[in-house]
Design a protein around this ligand. Structure first.
Ligand code: GLU
Length: 306
């Protein structure tokens, strides 16, 4: 990935109202890594007088932890982060995903697949391999997975990430076919996130570096739906002392509201912002108000702990 690109190319020049979002999965309470993503997306939107939307990504029922959505909302409030508009739940948007899926099916850019997860894993060790690409299995009956056909025959895919620089994907080893609806009927993250971001008017996406590889897939879907791709900011991941990224699956500790100011200062430090010892005794809302004014996107480190 090259770092040579024009960092000034962003939506400012288009004079578009800035709409950002935070999109946590309710698989557990917020941890330091998700706080970092929440703060970066909040300040990047707010510094331009934009909106910051909140979407709970509860697509996958087995991964949803009861009460985690409420705990996330409570933490955001306790940390002084106020979202705009109603909280959106992906589980309420299945009709939207189905409509978009039908659009893709009409374009024959997708194909049916009857492989089980186990079969794919046995063949490839994990990543999807497009085994059913030419098997003509697409049907509306809903008993198969539906995969998107990635095609690089017209050339490489590029986008200018505002933190990571120019990102290029040019072969199936960079980005291969991907499932957009699962055999068990669940819509995949790649499809849902694009449908919702389009519907909610999100024009810039701030999230962890670990999702960067999903971005070409999402951009292909934007192109199919004839919609402008958002501007992306993929921010560095926070890792623990063992070098493991903070995540709910790694059992990372929940952020505690009684340590809100301390955690905000730590998180802002990870984001390259100038913090001071005196901030530790400030109220969370005061800290947030301070950084709405003093946030510096250009200070985001690009490859910390990659
Ligand atoms: N729901 C995803 C997560 O919690 C974030 C998706 C995104 O920001 O695009 O990791």
């Amino acid at each position: 990935m090259s770092q040579n690109f024009d960092k000034n190319r962003d939506r400012d020049s288009l004079n578009t109202p800035w709409v950002g979002r935070f999109a946590p999965s309710p698989s557990g309470p917020l941890h330091l890594g998700s706080l970092v993503a929440a703060l970066a997306s909040f300040f990047i939107a707010k510094q331009r007088g934009g909106q910051w939307l909140l979407r709970i990504e509860d697509l996958d029922p087995p991964r949803v932890v009861e009460g985690a959505d409420q705990s996330i909302l409570q933490s955001l409030e306790d940390f002084g982060l106020e979202w705009d508009g109603p909280v959106v739940y992906q589980s309420h948007n299945f009709a939207r995903y189905q409509t978009r899926l039908m659009e893709l099916m009409e374009k024959s850019i997708v194909y049916g697949c009857d492989c089980s997860r186990k079969q794919v894993e046995e063949r490839t060790g994990g990543s999807y391999d497009g085994y059913c690409k030419e098997r003509g299995l697409l049907s509306v009956s809903g008993d198969k997975s539906i995969a998107y056909r990635v095609d690089f025959s017209d050339g490489k895919h590029q986008f200018n990430d505002q933190v990571q620089g120019l990102c290029e994907f040019s072969s199936p080893s960079d980005c291969h076919d991907f499932i957009i609806k699962r055999k068990d009927g669940l819509y995949a993250y790649q499809l849902a996130v694009v449908c919702d971001d389009i519907e909610q008017g999100v024009n810039h996406v701030v999230r962890g570096y670990d999702i960067l590889d999903s971005t070409p897939r999402q951009n292909f879907l934007y192109q199919c739906f004839a919609q402008a791709e958002p501007i992306y900011f993929h921010i560095p991941l926070v890792k623990n002392d063992m070098g493991i990224k903070f995540s709910k699956s790694a059992g990372s500790q929940a952020i505690e509201s009684n340590k809100a100011s301390e955690l905000l200062v730590t998180a802002l430090g990870h984001l390259g912002q100038k913090t001071e010892a005196a901030m530790l005794t400030a109220k969370p809302r005061e800290l947030i108000a301070h950084f709405v004014k003093h946030w510096q996107t250009e200070n985001l480190p690009s490859n910390l702990n990659r």
